[in-house]
Ligand binder design. Structure first.
Ligand code: AMP
Length: 204
């Protein structure tokens, strides 16, 4: 199964991607996690990406497409990619070469209030990247220390939401036209959202 997760920052894509990958044995591809790893080791790509990420802007399409093209396995869940029409077109080309197709595009829909409140309180495990809320002492998955993401501050959150509306939201129309788009109510607990997703996938 090949799945694209769409949705605003904080809509729960990352959390749902982890569960989907586990439940259906899919490769989890998070371009945000891959880019943060490149920044951490200060690779050439990381050095170029950092300035965009710190400002809440998109890293240029060519860099991101190159990063994921060679990584894609047979079955996957894409978390945070594509984020622009250019990336969606590039993905189509990459998949066409492999004679492969996307099965589902799941658009996780939440209100702006939910996004701002979730991102403002979000903590991430520095080790396994699992997501928690403020108030939790350590990672419930691996015991790792929890950190606040550098871009989860009010100013950058605003910029990321603006970039999402300008560059990523047009993908809803793009995938609606292909008949692949399914809207998922992203409000409520992660377990509730996953049940809704399973229904749409016909796996409930
Ligand atoms: P995320 O962890 O998905 O919220 O991504 C964090 C940041 O990484 C974004 O604000 C962008 O700067 C960058 N990023 C992640 N995925 C992409 C992508 N597909 N295209 C461009 N930039 C990306």
């Amino acid at each position: 199964m090949r799945i694209i997760l769409l949705g605003a920052p904080g809509s729960g894509k990352g959390t749902q991607a982890v569960v989907l990958a586990k439940e259906f044995d899919l490769q989890h591809v998070s371009t945000g996690d891959l880019l943060r790893a490149e920044v951490a080791v200060q690779s050439e790509l990381g050095k170029k990406a950092k300035e965009f990420m710190d400002r809440g802007e998109l890293v240029p399409d060519a860099l991101v497409v190159k990063m994921i093209a060679s990584r894609l396995q047979k079955d996957f869940v894409l978390d945070g990619f594509p984020r622009s029409i250019g990336q969606a077109e590039a993905l189509e080309k990459v998949l066409a070469e492999k004679k492969s197709l996307i099965d589902f595009v799941l658009n996780i829909v939440v209100s702006d209030e939910t996004v701002v409140s979730r991102l403002g309180r979000r903590l991430v495990c520095g080790n396994c990247k699992a997501v928690f809320k403020e108030g939790v002492a350590k990672c419930g998955e691996c015991g790792g220390a929890l950190v606040k993401r550098k871009d989860d501050n009010p100013e950058t959150i605003r910029d990321r939401l603006r970039v999402y509306r300008e560059k990523t939201k047009p993908l809803e129309d793009y995938y609606e036209k292909t008949g692949l788009l399914k809207n998922i109510d992203g409000e409520g607990s992660s377990e509730e959202v996953f049940e809704r997703i399973k229904k749409v996938l016909g796996k409930d």
